[in-house]
Design a protein around this ligand. Structure first.
Ligand SMILES: [Zn+2]
Ligand SMILES: [Zn+2]
Length: 151
């Protein structure tokens, strides 16, 4: 692995410590893989990157680490892509997620989901007696760099 850890990796290690998660080399390598990729990574892609950086890890371990990272809020699963992205927002918000997925370059953009947006999205279900626990909004489209889709 490379010598200097990014801010994301350092902050994530801090959060792991404060949540009682041991900092192991495989966990560090998974964090680094997420951090270094511009696109979200599938479980297989995370494993490949860890192997490339000299670690040894099997698919089940990658899956477990990603689950643990999700639980403490340093990574998110992007359902549309069945892939994982690092969370660079400061606060805990596992139950309120807003992501936009670019169909041009495959990048994912994260933004805060406001209370008003959340209410707007959930009110029709609440009216039907549903009790929401978590809300994950994923928007498909094209980013500013990729521009509008060619006609
Ligand atoms: Zn986030
Ligand atoms: Zn794009």
């Amino acid at each position: 692995m490379s010598g200097t850890a990014s801010e994301f990796v350092l902050q994530s290690l801090e959060r792991m410590k404060s949540r009682g998660l041991r900092i192991t080399m495989p966990r560090r390598l998974v964090l680094q893989a997420l951090d270094e990729s511009v696109q979200p990574l599938t479980v297989a892609a995370v494993r490949e990157r860890v192997l490339e950086s000299g670690g040894h890890i099997d698919t089940v371990t990658v899956y477990r680490i990603l689950s643990a990272l999700q639980e403490i809020g340093v990574a998110h699963r992007i359902g549309l892509l069945d892939a994982f992205a690092p969370c660079r927002l400061a606060h805990d918000h596992q139950n309120q997620q807003l992501h936009a997925v670019c169909e041009g370059c495959g990048k994912v953009f994260e933004s805060e989901l406001s209370g008003a947006q959340e209410n707007l999205a959930t009110e029709s279900m609440i009216a039907r007696g549903f009790s929401p626990r978590a809300i994950h909004v994923e928007i498909l489209g094209r980013c500013q760099e990729c521009g509008p889709a060619p006609a």
